[in-house]
Design a protein around this ligand. Structure first.
Ligand SMILES: *Cc1c(COP(=O)(O)O)cnc(C)c1O
Length: 646
């Protein structure tokens, strides 16, 4: 017998995509484990209620840094196993690409765990490099610099190398080499300088959304002739010993293992050929791209991956070994730049559903049909009374015709607004009944699948798609969405989610499914005066950094959670953007805002449109809101009271 909890686990696919980090407890609440298959857990509903008591309301981004550490261990373990199994002679090291999530807590946790395995950092811009240079890294770990670089970037890289970091400047464009060599002239023989890497443009392409990142037409990387030119110039400047690394990256969320293998083969071959030119190259950087299985389907679908970490590691290690053995060159140290894989799981956005948006007309007062009603209304009334499992298809078609007639008559001025309202209610009643009968039948035809979509509930949810799951809007990326409570009861509604921006794109209407993409999500019915919380899972990679300020909805509140034997510990709370801060980003300033509003009120008071006391009250309220949260607050919500300054 399956219990209700087992059923909801399956409805939401938690065990398919959860990687062992998530589950449901006896209370029916969603829980997080600090590492796969570990007993300790934290109850998300308890955390949200606890935060509420501290004046932190939803939406709130919950960070579980332990999940970053757990992913680091998983990745390291996978490569350690492969290296042992294939008797690979080189080592494996990771450099975390900061662009995936530069948040300090994320990088710190990564380095805390990763330093045990000589994991380092990757920076793709001057600002990221600037941030990276301030972290303590393990002495043997690398700091790899990708992306287009100007002289200032390279100067900063030299500063990093001189300060003791093992910096690798990866050349993306030939002109970068000029700066590297120019600055190198300032140093003596034997001085510690940055290492140089080359990004190669591979013929092989990745798969999935980022296919364009690889292949001949890619934006990045050097062609074969350019690589030879770099080598020539390094020789000429007597700096060939700087060249230590070959790099490639064929895209993010690589869904198909076959493509990865092909790229690996090609890159390993290029590496071997360079080595054979008597160049002391010893690092092969295979880029990032390890995919996260967001929908749990284990397929080459865009939001999934058809391989495990172990399979990925096996293919990388085995392929490089094969090619190097074939070419008779030593096995390089494998550098990997996995970002998404390490950071996706650790962050969860929890927010509240505010209400239901009515799409279909609802019975506000019960409908009475009388003799005097227009024929079309009377006929719709008849359909409603006599629809059954035997005739629902035909009656539904009749209802569609009557609805057209209703609007024609209304537009011709032949029926009243009341008649139209009555007709609409009756029409939707017929639809709901037809839907009920259709769903009972064995085969649901397309028109009734469409009707179901039309009849689904729309849940107005307190968040901005553009801020918190921008990839859902931009590239149709799917994220698992689960209520954090009531999971011991089966969901009864089918719904899509609308966010609170004034943008019709601010919706979530595609959901993860094992075999397909769901058009509606199973959710519970809303109960009055009781919050309904849902969680957007696995939003730790790219979402925060790509999120924007559409409608001036700012960063959500944030809490860092540590899980231990006694449950959870809220280690840190970071307030989300306030109204004042959001406006400052659009170049408003506080005193100008306050002066502006006060001036207008003063004018009204002067004209006698308003008493001085009322004017003062309005101004006071206006000014007090400057530190309020940009998201909606629910009645009696803590955020409606004046916020404390932290
Ligand atoms: C973005 C990027 C990565 C990270 O890719 P993931 O898919 O997050 O692992 C690694 N290397 C380079 C050069 C990148 O541009």
């Amino acid at each position: 017998m399956t219990t209700a909890i087992e059923q909801t686990l399956e409805t939401y696919g938690i065990e398919n995509w959860g990687a062992g980090y998530f589950g449901i407890n006896r209370k029916g609440n969603l829980i997080v484990h600090p590492s796969e298959s570990e007993g300790r857990s934290a109850d998300l509903k308890e955390i949200i209620e606890d935060l509420h008591r501290r004046g932190i309301s939803t939406p709130v981004l919950l960070r579980f840094p332990q999940l970053v550490a757990a992913q680091v261990r998983k990745l390291q373990r996978a490569f350690r196993n492969s290296i042992r199994e294939y008797e690979y002679q080189g080592a494996h090291m990771c450099v975390y690409p900061m662009k995936v999530n530069q948040n300090r807590a994320v990088v710190e946790e990564y380095l805390r765990e990763g330093s045990r395995y000589d994991f380092g950092l990757e920076a793709g811009s001057k600002a990221e490099l600037y941030g990276a240079l301030a972290f303590d890294q393990a002495p043997d770990s690398l700091l790899v610099l990708n992306g287009f670089k100007d002289e200032e970037f390279i100067e900063l890289a030299y500063g990093g190398a001189r300060s003791g970091k093992r910096v690798v400047i990866v050349i993306e464009k030939l002109s970068e080499l000029d700066s590297i060599l120019r600055i190198a002239e300032r140093f003596e023989e034997g001085d510690v300088l940055p290492m140089v890497g080359i990004r190669v443009k591979l013929y092989s392409k990745g798969s999935g959304r980022w296919e364009k990142s690889g292949g001949e037409a890619a934006k990045f990387g050097l062609t074969t002739t350019e690589i030879l030119e770099v080598i020539r110039r390094l020789h000429e400047a007597d700096r060939i010993s700087m060249l230590r690394l070959l790099h490639f990256h064929i895209g993010s969320q690589l869904t198909d293992i076959k493509r990865i293998k092909n790229a690996m083969k090609e890159a390993a071959r290029v590496y071997a050929k360079i080595y054979q030119m008597k160049i002391p190259i010893d690092l092969l950087d295979v880029g990032g791209g390890m995919a996260v299985d967001y929908d749990g389907s284990k397929t080459a679908f865009d939001s999934s991956a058809n391989y495990t970490a172990q399979e990925f590691a096996n293919d990388v290690v085995y392929t490089i070994k094969q090619v190097c053995d074939d070419e008779n060159v030593p096995h390089p140290t494998i550098i990997q730049e996995s970002g998404r894989y390490l950071s996706a799981y650790h962050a969860i956005l929890v927010t509240n559903v505010l209400d239901e948006v009515e799409t279909v007309v609802e019975d506000i007062t019960p409908i009475e049909i009388s003799e005097d009603d227009p024929t079309v209304v009377v006929e719709l009334g008849d359909l409603r009374e006599t629809i059954s499992v035997k005739n629902y298809r035909e009656y539904y078609h009749d209802a569609l015709e009557h609805r057209d007639e209703l609007f024609t008559l209304f537009n011709l001025g032949l029926i009243s607004l009341e008649d139209r309202a009555k007709g609409e209610v009756l029409f939707w009643d017929v639809c709901e009944r037809a839907d009920k009968y259709a769903q009972q039948s064995e085969y649901v035809s397309e028109e009734f699948t469409e009707l179901r979509r039309l009849l689904r509930a729309k849940y107005l949810t307190n968040f901005s798609v553009f801020r918190s799951v921008p990839d859902h809007w931009a590239i149709d990326q799917l994220f698992p969405i689960v209520p954090i409570h009531r999971l011991n009861k089966p969901p009864t509604e089918y719904a899509t989610l609308c966010d609170i921006t004034c943008d019709s794109d601010g919706v979530v209407d595609k959901f993860v499914d094992l075999h397909d993409v769901k058009q509606v999500l199973e959710l519970h019915s809303l109960t009055k005066d009781e919050p309904y919380y849902i969680a957007f899972m696995m939003v730790g990679a790219y979402q925060e950094v790509m999120g924007n300020n559409h409608n001036l909805f700012g960063a959500p509140n944030e809490a860092h959670i540590h899980i231990d034997e006694d449950g959870y510990l809220i280690k840190k709370v970071v307030r989300g953007t306030t109204i004042g801060e959001a406006l400052e980003r659009a170049r408003y300033d506080r005193s100008q805002l306050h002066d502006g509003f006060r001036r207008q009120v003063a004018l009204r008071v002067k004209r006698g449109d308003m008493t001085e006391a009322e004017g003062a009250r309005i101004v006071e309220y206006y000014e007090s809101r400057i530190d309020a949260y940009t998201y909606l607050s629910v009645n009696g919500d803590v955020s409606t009271t004046k916020r404390r300054r932290d």
